[in-house]
Ligand binder design. Structure first.
Ligand code: PMP
Ligand code: GLU
Length: 397
């Protein structure tokens, strides 16, 4: 009766579990919510004021589908100064969150049966976007031993004449892995040689710790012409609800994505666009973003330290984003309070039902031996949440 592809799509497990935790909290349960990746900071004041200024100036109507010129020009400047990529405003498409950029890109490239290489663990929405676009996800497994990173050898093994896209999420959600320049160069050159378009999801680009972010499109003109770079405002500026993201790519693909977007959502919210323009324009006068990054780094260090000193749980020390992917393989097959722990979903359910802590099961990211916690929450809550996970580790028999 319904569209088969749409009917098969699973709802976003991150958003679903976050909503469940919020509901339990509002029902009076003392839940620690370490599910969703959403900074627990307010949107900076200067951006909120920017939005009000936008309303007063009349930025309340449809804009060009691709976004207001003021914002696109600021994005061009930021791409040059932060990402070291030279583009002009005709290479930019502003959308309703990085999520829409990703969907626009995948939908605009894929024909029925085309293959998209996705390194696992992967962010929950990629495979579902590929499914909706009629494509086939081809998963490349990675492991803790290689810092959850792919290399050219693993890509070669998955390459077929149907391979169209490689999705590269750097820094990675959920593992926090960050690629260095030489790793990116090899992957970029592989993609150029094999005519595979790279969708570079760099939404966490500003959130790297003790390491520098490198944009794959900055590494050569050939790689740049073969890459769609995606970022947004949700993470860096605590603007998740404003729904503002953008992509930068060759004009040919931007034109197609622009046409697709013009029939789906048209422009991104005009007030959010103006606020985004102010966020970039005035960022240098504001040090709140550096403070936020320092605070995430502080929580990251404390959380890693606590886990390694107090438990046998193993993790891959994350270098970016704000998640810790915790290996729970040692708990699989054990039981707690009569409940057998057969999967990451069982473990997440026991954590929620018996320990009042909400986490995301690794299976949502393609790996059932892990759970993900987000450290975009208050420090005491993170440590208390980790204590409860460790309690389950000790009590499960
Ligand atoms: N990519 C990744 C890896 C994410 O974790 C998210 C979630 N915020 C997005 C894209 C989408 O972000 P946005 O809020 O800009 O749609
Ligand atoms: N990307 C964030 C997360 O993984 C936000 C939720 C979502 O859009 O999936 O938790």
């Amino acid at each position: 009766m319904y569209n088969i592809k749409a009917a098969e799509v699973k709802p976003s497990i991150t958003l679903e579990l976050s909503a469940k935790a919020k509901k339990l909290k509002s029902d009076g349960k003392q839940i620690i919510n370490l599910t969703v990746g959403e900074p627990n900071f307010n949107t900076p004041d200067y951006i909120v004021k920017g939005a009000l200024e936008g309303i007063e100036k009349g930025f309340t109507k449809y804009t060009q589908t691709s976004g207001i010129i003021e914002l696109k020009e600021e994005i061009v400047k930021k791409l040059k100064s932060f990402n070291n990529i030279k583009y002009n405003s005709s290479n930019i498409l502003v959308s309703t969150g990085a999520k829409q950029c990703l969907f626009n890109a995948i939908f605009s490239i894929i024909n029925d049966g085309d293959e998209v290489i996705i390194p696992s663990p992967y962010w929950v929405s990629y495979t579902e976007m590929v499914r909706l676009s009629g494509g086939k996800s081809v998963i490349v497994d990675t492991s803790k031993e290689n810092e959850f990173k792919i290399d050219v050898k693993s890509l070669d093994e998955k390459l077929t004449n149907k391979t169209k896209i490689l999705i590269l999420n750097n820094p990675n959600n959920p593992t926090g892995s960050v690629y260095n320049e030489s790793e990116l160069k090899e992957i970029g050159n592989w993609a150029v040689k094999n005519n595979v378009i790279i969708i570079a999801d760099e939404i966490y680009e500003r959130l790297t710790y003790d390491t520098k972010h490198v944009s794959i499109a900055s590494l050569s003109e050939e790689i740049k012409n073969n890459t769609i770079t995606i970022s947004g405002f949700s993470k860096t500026y605590s603007m998740t609800g404003w729904r503002l993201g953008y992509c930068a790519a060759h004009e040919d693909i931007i034109k197609i994505m622009n046409a697709v977007q013009s029939h789906t959502t048209a422009c991104a919210n005009s007030i959010a666009q103006y606020a985004g323009y102010v966020a970039l324009r005035d960022e240098s006068k504001y040090n709140g973003i550096t403070n936020m990054i320092d605070e995430f780094n502080n929580r990251r260090k404390k959380a890693i330290d606590y886990i390694s000193k107090n438990s046998n749980l193993t993790i891959n020390s994350p270098k970016g984003a704000f998640y810790i992917f915790i290996d729970i393989e040692s708990l699989i097959g054990k039981s707690f309070n009569g409940k057998i722990l057969n999967s990451s979903i069982d473990i997440s359910e026991v954590l929620l039902d018996e320990f009042n802590i909400a986490v995301v099961p690794g299976i949502g990211f393609g790996n059932d031996d892990y759970i993900r916690i987000s450290y975009a929450a208050d420090e005491e809550l993170i440590i208390e949440g980790i204590k409860r996970i460790i309690e389950l580790e000790k009590l499960a028999k």
